[in-house]
Design a protein. Sequence first.
Length: 637
Amino acid sequence: MKRWSGGLIIVILFTLLLLRYGIVENPLAEISLYSTLSRGDSKQPHWVTSGDDLGVQNSKNESKVLSTGSLMAYLSIPLNLSDEEQQPLQTWKLMLELVNYSEGLPQAVEAAKEAVTAWEGLMASYQDEKVLWSRNGTKSNRAKVKQCPYSLIKMNATEFSLSDFRLRIPCGLVYGSSLTMIGTPQGILGNFMFELVGTALPGEQDPPIILHYNVRLQGDKITEDPVIVQNTWTVAHDWGPEERCPSPYPDNNEKVTVDDLDQCSKVVGNDDKILDSNGSSNISKKISLKKEASKPRRYFPFKQGYLAVATLRTGDDGIQMTVNGKHITSFAFRETLEPWLVNEVRISGDFKLLSVLASGLPTSEDSEHVTDLELLKSSPLPIQKAVGLFVGVFSTANNFKRRMAVRRTWMQYDAVRSGSVAVRFFVGLHKNQLVNEELWHEANTYGDIQLMPFVDYYNLITWKSVAICIYGTNIVSAKYVMKTDDDSFVRIDEVLSSLNRTNVTQGLLYGKISDDDQPNRNTDSKWYISPEEWPADKYPPWAHGPGYVVSRDIAKSIYKQHKKGRLKMFKLEDVAMGIWIDSMRKRGMTVKYVKEDRINIGGCEANYLVAHYQQPREMLCLWQKLLQTKRALCCGE
């Protein structure tokens, strides 16, 4: 018996060695192995290197290829899903070849590969839940336990390590999410870090760092004064360019803003004026300071031995840091490093932590406790599937609250409830399985979500524009197709009236039109466009993304061109639509550009048609004002 056991151990070790060797030689093997093991299924298709292949790089920088055919096989829809369960996948079926036409969209192939792991994990979890339901007649524990909490709090400093504290963020961050760290800088050097960390891909040892916030109280090689250094890190690109506060170039502090807030507050590094409680200068303190040092004292938000309350808050375009209630820094999101990716908060270094609070986190509503559930479910599509207007809404997986706000407000228009206007959210997969499980449940509950066969990145939203055109012409037969965002309030009745007044049913682009716009050549900008991406000095006319409409013939032409692989992909989706329409015009289509200035792209103005950047509370406020006054008034008016 002992000999047999020893032989078995040798065989197992040898097998593991072979597996390890295979993974080291081919990192893509780990993706396949990971997916198979996670499902306990040995019959999963393997990555192959035949057919229409796309180049990827392995750890030895050797050229490897990944078949788009195998991607499509991995992202196929399980046969045992009912027709009702396949409703969120109506567009999915028609988009599986998108990766074939990904040129011009950064991270396209990576997003499709990441979707394989996300999709298989989701389907495995869902099938397990169905099995439990059929056996026990009750829902699984997953359905009963809240997966995405609104807030998290960790107290009691005695439990924290002084060198490394970690707090898991179950479902990422969204606009308005905040993380508050309360503690005291200490130690000889007083250097410490706050980091927002993402999820590592299968085969990657280290996860990406969405924000590296490094406080150096004794300075560094560049300066002897205290400084804050902000940065990002990924396996592919290593460290990005540093952003320092105060900047070595003082003029920079006032020029760069994120969400209309200074990248580095002007007070940091300037003379520290000490004021008493009445706001007047304290002469005795000034005299004592002169005696202590001839060097002028500079303001810095952190100081050794002094308690600090530091809050990181997620905005539209970046992350802001306040310390003791005062704005200190802003950091713009960098490409592919978006807040929904955050999986963990890490605090390390010479910082005696007292407590951590995460609030404003994305959380979905428990459908069992939604009193108006039937009213919020989408109306069945007409038998002939013909609608006057189809509205596609861009959303991301963990934006649960925004979608619920849309359902409770402008999706309650009579035209939407009656089915003459159809509305659907277009949502990519998330890298976090908990979020995907909540999203799948939401999609099956409300019937208004279309899942995309890729992981959601900002640079890939153009694929959603294609998806909206596919749905508006193939799933429903819409006279007009509209695109908007989940933070846009749309006056459906007035959109319909305005379109009727235009009396244009073919070759129409309707919206807030820009016809003299130039590509952004600033490499630090979120909207940077290289000469390779768009060599011309100007864009053709295009309509801003918070709300534009195209006629059916344009939407149908976009889908046909996509199927033929002739559609130029461009990462700015609203500009891309303008480029596609201009191409149609050059091929002989008569195009009518109808300008609508009541589409507010920067907020809300009275008599709006579309109000952008509206958070859930503001959505509900706008809807109440419409119901009470029958006028398009902004909140606060």
